[in-house]
Design a protein around this ligand. Structure first.
Ligand code: N01
Length: 543
């Protein structure tokens, strides 16, 4: 081997490769670098932000309060001023640029670098990782900060590729934007992305056609502008308390669910309490509401009836009311992710808006001109928006060719049954961790809260290994089986399987249906992770 070759090999051997530069990747890079490790980040996008880089579709906006949807380091929040209670996508991109500058992150990030394969070399306890643009690196540890929504799901509709107009998935929207004004727009999908695109399109389109398979139980965002003075005041006391509090609540928010039962109140008390939660806006009625709605059908029905009444009050046409908020709920309230909306329901009062209920009038095919439905109508369109979601939670990782010690692909292992230890590691795949991924609190947790908690755990684990002179850690199959059994048992206590959703994989044709997340709440999850460390990394083999 020449000196040059040896040098380039050394350059590509470092401690940790982090994949993804969203909240998780940014935090992980900062923590590990501060702990003295050599770290590189590979990011498929051309800028930081992860989901906030890719999801630049019209109206994209976060649905958690600004106060909790940020990293908790004082050096960051003390000098950053938010503009809105629920920041829009551009504000989040600006925030990431600010974080990048403050923490000097991008000197260790390679953008436009998509990781395509990784396999573990047992002879040297290192990962060999390849990228689409031909790089090969050999980190000791591989940390996948790939988010839960980075593999878009395209609808399997006949003729999709024949459409002659402009067609984009919301998560692959052109960074340069698309002019919606005066266009005939069709939107397939009414999840959180669809709701936001519909809100933006309705007022400017010449005609908007919404193709809805399942109504979204959307709740009012109650957005407002923020002043600098109000935030200065908040920073003095409230922000530190809120950021500490978010680690102690079920979903990593500033509030927790209410442990009192829906039927522990008189109907009048219940109504007043529901009204109070509703008025607060955001996800409060859902994640700050009554815990028993997730386990007790009767309690859940009370929440559904309340929600339905609120929607009907805003929609004029009885046919629209029936489609948007049916008398018989298609699934229980809140067991599928509700979106936050601003003017969503008012859009359906506009004369230029058509709502197709695909349950009674399915799409037959996409044609060069538009979308044809079973009733024979061809809906002619200039723009077709695919707001059809993601192969969520597992897809972000399993789309990479990751091979473990016996050479088998993680997508094959997880294709049979999703199986992880602590929602951060996987037996047979040593020195690999993931954050905000499968069987972690992920979909049931505020993103920044989850990635900081898991990021700290991973950083401490790797630091402990360094201290003990260990180069390899891997979960045992027994520990993993016991963890998965616990995940499944907790999940089975809720009503989650009563809805087809990305929470359990049933939104993807052919995907195995099981809990993709840890549904027991952040406090229990943290206890389990802490106990493993206190036991000397119980369930892991360290060598
Ligand atoms: O994706 P989704 P998303 N034919 O899977 C429909 C976060 N997020 O991108 O419900 C017709 O929720 C599908 O129908 P159905 C948030 O956590 C946050 O909207 O399966 N329709 C559904 O209506 C969110 O939950 C924010 O029957 C088809 C829609 O497409 C998660 O990301 C903003 C179809 C997909 O909805 C994912 O949200 C955006 C088909 N073949 C996203 N296939 C905020 O912070 C799918 N659908 C505000």
């Amino acid at each position: 081997m020449s000196t040059e070759q040896r040098q380039s090999q050394q350059e590509e051997e470092f401690d940790v490769l982090v994949v993804g530069a969203g909240f998780a990747g940014a935090y992980q890079l900062h923590k590990l670098r501060n702990a003295g490790f050599s770290v590189k980040v590979f990011e498929a996008g051309s800028g930081m932000g992860g989901t906030w880089y890719w999801n630049c579709y019209p109206g994209a906006r976060v649905d958690s309060d600004f106060s909790i949807y940020q990293l908790s380091m004082e050096e960051l929040w003390k000098d950053w001023t938010w503009k809105e209670r629920f920041p829009g996508r551009q504000e989040l991109v600006d925030y990431f640029a600010y974080v990048d500058k403050k923490l000097d992150l991008s000197r260790d990030i390679s953008f436009d670098t998509r990781v395509t394969a990784a396999h573990f070399d047992t002879t040297v306890d290192r990962w060999i990782v390849s990228t689409e643009n031909g790089r090969v690196v050999r980190p000791r540890f591989l940390i996948l900060c790939t988010g839960f929504a980075s593999k878009p799901l395209y609808p399997n509709v006949k003729g999709l590729e024949t459409f002659q107009g402009v067609m984009h998935h919301t998560a692959r929207w052109p960074q340069t934007g698309v002019d919606l004004a005066g266009k005939r727009i069709g939107v397939i999908g009414t999840g959180a992305s669809g709701v936001q695109v519909i809100q933006e399109s309705g007022p400017v389109a010449s005609h908007l056609t919404v193709f809805q398979r399942t109504p979204n139980y959307a709740m009012p965002m109650v957005q407002h502008d923020l002043t600098e003075e109000a935030q200065t005041k908040m920073k003095a006391e409230l922000i530190p308390a809120i950021l500490r509090r978010r680690k102690q609540t079920f979903a990593g928010f500033q509030y927790s669910t209410i442990d009192r039962g829906v039927f522990d109140m008189t109907p009048e008390e219940r109504l007043l309490s529901f009204e109070d939660l509703w008025r607060l806006g955001g996800l409060q009625f859902w994640l700050g509401g009554y815990t028993d709605i997730f386990v007790d059908e009767r309690a859940n029905d009370e929440a559904y009836r309340f929600w339905r009444k609120k929607v009907i009050e805003r929609v004029n046409d009885p046919e629209m009311q029936r489609k948007l908020a049916p008398e018989v709920p298609p699934h229980p309230f809140g067991v599928k992710r509700p979106a936050l909306e601003q003017n969503y329901y008012e859009v359906y009062n506009q004369p230029n808006v058509t709502l197709i209920d695909l349950a009674e009038n399915p799409i037959v095919e996409v044609t060069p001109k538009g979308v044809k439905t079973q009733d024979g109508v061809e809906h002619e369109l200039d723009i077709l928006v695919l707001a059809t979601g993601f192969d969520a939670v597992t897809g972000s990782i399993s789309q990479i060719d990751i091979r473990g010690t016996d050479g088998s692909l993680i997508r094959e292992k997880w294709g049979n049954r999703l199986s992880t230890y602590l929602g951060m590691t996987c037996a047979g795949y040593p020195n690999m961790f993931f954050s905000y991924g499968p069987q972690g609190p992920t979909a049931f947790c505020n993103g920044p809260t989850c990635v900081e908690m898991q990021g700290d755990w991973i950083t401490n684990c790797i630091s402990d290994m360094r201290e003990k002179g260990k180069t390899c850690i891997q979960a045992t199959q027994e520990a993993e089986d016991a963890f998965v059994a616990r995940v499944d048992e907790i999940y089975s206590q809720g009503l989650w399987d009563r809805a087809k959703s990305w929470y359990n994989g049933s939104n993807v044709p052919g995907k195995r249906i099981q809990s993709l997340n840890f549904t027991g709440g952040l406090p229990l999850y943290q206890t389990m992770c802490r106990e493993v460390v206190e036991g000397g990394y119980t369930g892991f083999i360290l060598e």
